[in-house]
Design a protein around this ligand. Structure first.
Ligand code: ATP
Length: 515
């Protein structure tokens, strides 16, 4: 199936099975805003717990924080968001559609990259075993030509963005004959800057009201509390502060479902270190974060680092962890070496010292910061995309298929479904008793409606790793059938063993031990 179709099906599945709904749907929705349904909220909470525990529980020197969404407006002046948190926008006059100029150019770069990959693959199947890929890439005239075009365009793009030089961005679009995907024309406006922050007012009367912003990242709440936490927690450098919470960005190109939203949730950790040690910590955190992702078991080959050539104004190194979504490798998490930029700016704008006295060095300094920043929603989409399978189960000419969410058991919203074979003869009562015994440990679900086969399929679609069926034999010998979601194998086990069979496989503790 084409990857695009697969993605559409995944979006439909999320709605049909209570994972994600469009916001305000009965009023025709609100662009790039989504609500999480009964299973979505559980999966989201499990993702957040995996992250939080991996930071706060496993590290003595990382503590949590929950700072407010509203903050003093000067914070956003100091952080650079008022002046520099902009996207370069361009409109097509024919379709009246608005685009991010940088995204249009990045898409062209991706296309060139794909062209090279295609040439290489063609050659690989032509030459077979003898194929020397590095040699081919450096000598094949067509590949060399595309590569040169890519490098030139890339350099021009990076230079234009570093200004940013808006006229040059437009010129790149014109020179490369980029057309509007909707109208197919090159009738472009000028490029303009657009600030992504949402503004509102705090205070009751118009004279006393103050313009404030909904935070576009959670990180600044950590920076402005750096000394509160350090002093009250007697933290010694190196140490980290972790926070999860909502962030808001007025994204223009809001596409790809929950990949890019206007209201979303972040999980950020700022790690404060001695100046001069930041690059060492940067590479440690890069590795640690990659390990966290890979420990979910979706296949190491589906992740890669993307090191930034164009650094944000505050960074001296930055890398993304990218996952292979159905629409290509895309960022899930950013790891940034933010230098002392933020604390220094807050020191300047607030007039309060943001320094740490290092007893070992007998010296005060503004710490340097490594940040790890991941979107809960984007991680949610990554997990869903990696777990969604359509399987053909046809046998001996009888057509059959199923949709299964192969969610890691530790993240699955429902761990165990308890299914009485029939709705009578005491089987529902036995089922309820089993749930009563297990519900303190696992999220259990009771289902008695429809045939057993249909109920299995419903649980497969939700991603429940274990189903147990209560039948007449259960009443006699206290055994049940356990069915495993991924293999669909079934076996007979005593009720007394259920907890131990399931516990390890769904346990957060076992997952955290992999890190
Ligand atoms: P992008 O380049 O995709 O716009 P970014 O580089 O601006 O992302 P950061 O500011 O580094 O992103 O934010 C850190 C993380 O927050 C991202 O890796 C992503 O997981 C998440 N994130 C950022 N913007 C959004 C959004 N609009 N919707 C959902 N998640 C987001």
């Amino acid at each position: 199936m084409a990857q695009e179709d697969l993605f559409k099906k995944l979006v439909a599945h999320c709605k049909e099975y209570g994972y994600v709904f469009p916001s305000s749907e009965i009023y025709d929705g609100l662009g790039a805003v989504y609500d999480y349904g009964q299973y979505g909220v559980e999966l989201k909470n499990n993702i957040k717990k995996y992250w939080w525990d991996s930071m706060v529980l496993l590290h003595e020197n990382i503590v949590g924080l929950d700072s407010a969404i509203f903050m003093h407006p000067t914070i956003w002046k100091a952080s650079g968001h008022v002046d520099a948190f902009n996207d370069p926008l361009i409109d097509n006059r024919d379709s009246k559609k608005r685009y991010r100029a940088d995204v249009l150019i990045e898409e062209l770069l991706e296309k060139l990259d794909e062209k090279i990959a295609k040439e290489v693959e063609k050659a690989r199947s032509r030459f077979g075993e003898k194929f020397d890929e590095p040699l081919y890439r450096t000598t094949n005239p067509r590949v060399v030509e595309i590569r040169e075009k890519y490098d030139q365009l890339h350099k021009r793009f990076v230079d234009a963005m570093s200004g940013p030089d808006l006229a040059e961005l437009r010129q790149i679009i014109v020179d490369n004959e980029i057309v509007c995907p909707v109208s197919g024309t090159k009738n472009w406006t000028d490029v303009r800057q657009f600030n992504l922050m949402f503004a509102t007012e705090i205070g009751s009367t118009s004279d006393s009201a103050m313009k404030i912003y909904l935070r576009p990242e959670t990180a600044q709440g950590i920076f402005v509390n750096f000394l509160n936490v350090q002093k009250s927690g007697r933290m010694k450098i190196p140490f980290g502060i972790a926070q999860t919470g909502k962030a808001f960005r007025n994204e223009i190109v809001a596409r790809q479902f929950i990949f890019r939203m206007r209201e979303f949730e972040q999980m950020e950790m700022q790690f404060f270190v001695r100046p001069g040690t930041e690059l060492e910590w940067f590479s440690k955190w890069k590795e640690a974060r990659m390990k966290w992702h890979r420990a979910l078991g979706f296949g190491d080959e589906n992740y890669r680092f993307h090191d930034h050539d164009k650094l944000a104004h505050y960074a001296n190194a930055a890398a993304d962890i990218e996952y292979k979504f159905p629409f290509g490798f895309k960022e899930v998490e950013g790891i940034h070496s933010r230098t002392d930029f933020d604390l220094r700016q807050h020191q300047e704008y607030s007039g309060k010292k943001m320094q740490y006295f290092d007893p070992e060095m007998n010296e005060s300094y503004i710490p340097y910061v490594i940040e790890t920043s991941i979107g809960v929603d984007r991680m949610f989409l990554q997990v869903m995309a990696a777990s969604y399978y359509e399987e053909d189960l046809s046998k001996e000419g009888v057509a059959d298929s199923r949709v299964v969410l192969r969610l890691p058991s530790v993240l699955a919203p429902v761990k165990l479904a308890v299914l009485p074979l029939v709705r009578k003869d005491g089987l529902p009562d036995i089922s309820r008793k089993i749930i009563d015994g297990l519900k303190f440990s696992f999220n259990c679900q009771y289902d008695e409606k429809d045939s057993i086969g249909k109920r299995y399929r419903r649980q497969d679609a939700i991603g429940t790793p274990y189903c147990i069926t209560i039948d007449y034999q259960t009443a006699e010998d206290e055994t049940v059938t356990i069915r495993y979601r991924d293999s669909m194998l079934q076996e007979r086990v005593p009720i007394a063993q259920l907890r131990s069979i399931i516990a390890d496989k769904v346990s957060m503790q076992e997952q955290l031990k992999k890190l």
